[in-house]
Design a protein around this ligand. Structure first.
Ligand code: ATP
Ligand code: MG
Length: 585
């Protein structure tokens, strides 16, 4: 085994699968398109879902790539040697082309011939069968025929070796996972999948069945293979490091942490791993034009950054954590979005850090006071969350660390109480808004919907969301998420598009549905708890679809003529537009 770096590994993988007739597909964005059910891409197969379901892929039936992924669900495991929130996944796919035999052959050939991992250090798991599907003897037989001894094959149940379906129905099937012996000693003859020295380095998902709504499992018409393997773990394996953080994917960040804290990695592994992991994930999320916020993607980012700041404080990091983004840029110089957004990324990290550091010290003192008697009440935790900006997961973590009794339920009860209070306040505001449902404001309400839809279309960003609006009979003011100043030309385009939609005399239609359905249908809105059981969605042709309480005009032609008066910054990552309606004469 020769020393290999991240780029070489990826190159070797892609070249190998190309030599086996695969086409390389692009590394997709971290925010999945057309899938509001998850916040981030969690595996290479994510962008391929329509093709796994049978749609024809323009590049054919054999595909491969290296895909950037984020798994927020693994955040609590970060701190060990092998789990990260951000990682890269090698992937190869057969869309109804090759099946178990070739899939397993390719996987083993890549690991043993290309990466030169000794076969004696490998072991695999296969599906042991249940009432829905039989034991996957076929896969085990292929492994055996290729020289993996019986003692190194373990059959496990659905929790470990079964994939899918994603919803209630669809493709699903067994998988077969590959493990590498990272222990100091010679690998034991017999494979014990519970022994942590066996590290999972890859997984072939074999979509053999189709589950229908009646819970029947039938052989699938199109059988797919989906392989996924983590770049960081494979690199650690082939370089005999036993710790992903010592590979080139992390080491430059760890070294910078050592330098800026004056402390050694050894003895401070957990804190340094968390800081390095979170800063890297944050850099990649920021490169997608997401900024720290209190909902959805922005909240994940905020949590990552605040958690990094908290651990940085614990090890006395002397400078802003944004200094740690610099090595991230050099490790991932092949990602143009990082380079392009470099300055913005550095600024955003520093801003969020300053915001949090202001309250962190006082928050920690408050936390100590509150928890003197080894318990933290719902009210107290809510105060830490609300007034000191502590993400709730961080509060939970601190309580666990110091053995403090705390119930998330009580926190959530307290949170609900406050939401209800602010909801009542909002309802009050809304009432006064309604009482002013003059013809002029009603028109401007509809204009605001056309404006948001036009922003999304012209700026080519479906994720632009309303961040606030204020409408008087004279003008509308709309705050929306967008990272940079609009150009004159963009403003003109947006204005023209709104006017075009006004001219088209499109009826405005109101529908009532659950927030879940609205979200599924792609309606614009801020999906958090503030929605009740049902919401109104206003549709303007197929141009605009937005959750709103109204009121609105019956037809866009009533708006006559739309004009943008001003475009300016509102706060970080948020722009503000002021606009009016005029007689068309
Ligand atoms: P584990 O059980 O170790 O968490 P997994 O079963 O969740 O892994 P898969 O969903 O099969 O993993 O993903 C495919 C591959 O991606 C894994 O074999 C592993 O190499 C890598 N991988 C998965 N999760 C992570 C993570 N959080 N950090 C780094 N690599 C990961
Ligand atoms: Mg996992």
């Amino acid at each position: 085994m020769n020393f290999m770096n991240r780029k070489e590994l990826i190159r070797k993988y892609i070249d190998f699968f190309k030599s086996k007739g695969h086409k390389e597909i692009p590394n997709s964005g971290l925010v999945p398109e057309n899938d509001p059910s998850v916040l981030f891409t969690t595996a290479g197969m994510h962008p391929l879902v329509p093709y796994l379901l049978g749609q024809k892929h323009p590049l054919g039936k054999k595909l491969c790539n290296a895909q950037k992924c984020i798994r927020t669900g693994d955040i609590e495991e970060v701190g060990d040697e092998v789990h990260h929130t951000f990682f890269e996944m090698l992937g190869n796919w057969s869309l109804g082309d090759y099946w178990k035999e070739d899939a397993i052959k390719f996987t083993l050939e890549f690991y043993t011939k290309i990466l030169k991992i000794p076969k004696e250090k490998l072991a695999v798991t296969c599906f042991k069968g249940n009432k829905n599907a039989p034991k996957d003897i076929e896969s085990a037989d292929v492994w055996i025929s290729l020289g993996i001894p019986k003692e190194r094959i373990v059959f496990l149940g659905k929790e470990d070796n079964w994939w899918g379906p994603v919803g209630n129905s669809g493709p699903c099937g067994p998988d077969t996972e590959i493990f590498f012996w990272a222990g100091e000693t010679k690998p034991p003859k017999e494979f014990n999948s519970k022994d942590k020295s066996w590290i999972e380095i890859g997984n072939d998902v074999l979509m053999q069945y189709n589950k229908n709504e009646k819970e029947d499992y039938n052989e699938a018409r199109q059988k797919n293979v989906d392989f996924g393997g983590g770049v960081e773990r494979i690199l650690a394996t082939i370089n005999k490091l036993k710790d992903d953080y010592l590979t080139g994917c992390f080491l430059p960040i760890i070294k910078e942490i050592e330098k800026l804290s004056g402390k050694k990695y050894k003895g401070n592994e957990k804190a340094m791993r968390i800081i390095a992991d979170h800063i890297k994930a944050a850099v990649f999320i920021l490169a997608e034009n997401i900024v720290p916020d209190n909902t959805e993607h922005g909240y994940v980012l905020r949590r990552l950054l605040r958690r990094a700041v908290k651990y940085a404080k614990e090890i006395d990091l002397k400078e802003s954590i944004n200094k740690l983004a610099i090595p991230v840029f050099s490790v991932y110089e092949d990602y143009p979005d990082l380079k392009k957004n470099r300055i913005k990324i550095l600024n955003e990290i520093e801003k969020e850090e300053q915001k949090f550091r202001k309250t962190l010290e006082r928050g920690i003192n408050q936390f100590k006071k509150f928890s003197k008697n080894k318990k933290l009440s719902g009210e107290e935790s809510f105060l830490l969350y609300q007034s000191y900006g502590f993400p709730i997961e961080m509060i939970e973590e601190e309580c666990k660390k110091y053995n403090i009794r705390f119930s998330r339920e009580n926190f959530e009860k307290e949170q609900k109480k406050h939401q209800e209070l602010s909801r009542t306040a909002a309802a009050g505001r809304f009432k006064s808004g309604l009482s002013d449902s003059s013809e002029a404001t009603t028109k401007l309400h509809t204009a605001a919907h056309l404006l948001l839809a036009s922003l999304r279309q012209v700026l080519k960003d479906k994720n632009i969301n309303q961040r606030g609006s204020n409408i008087t009979p004279e003008r509308l003011r709309l705050d929306f998420s967008f990272p940079k100043k609009l150009t004159e030309q963009e403003i003109k385009h947006i204005e023209n598009l709104v006017n075009e939609k006004i001219k088209q005399s499109i009826p405005v239609i109101k529908e009532e549905m659950s927030p879940e359905e609205a979200r599924r249908k792609g309606a614009a809105g801020i999906f958090d708890e503030k929605y009740g059981e049902n919401v109104f969605v206003y549709l303007i042709g197929d141009f605009s679809k937005e959750i709103c309480a109204g009121p609105h005009v019956k037809n866009t032609k009533e708006l006559e003529h739309f004009k943008i008066q001003k475009e300016e910054s509102s706060s970080s990552g948020v722009r503000r537009i002021k606009a009016i309606l005029e007689d068309s004469s």
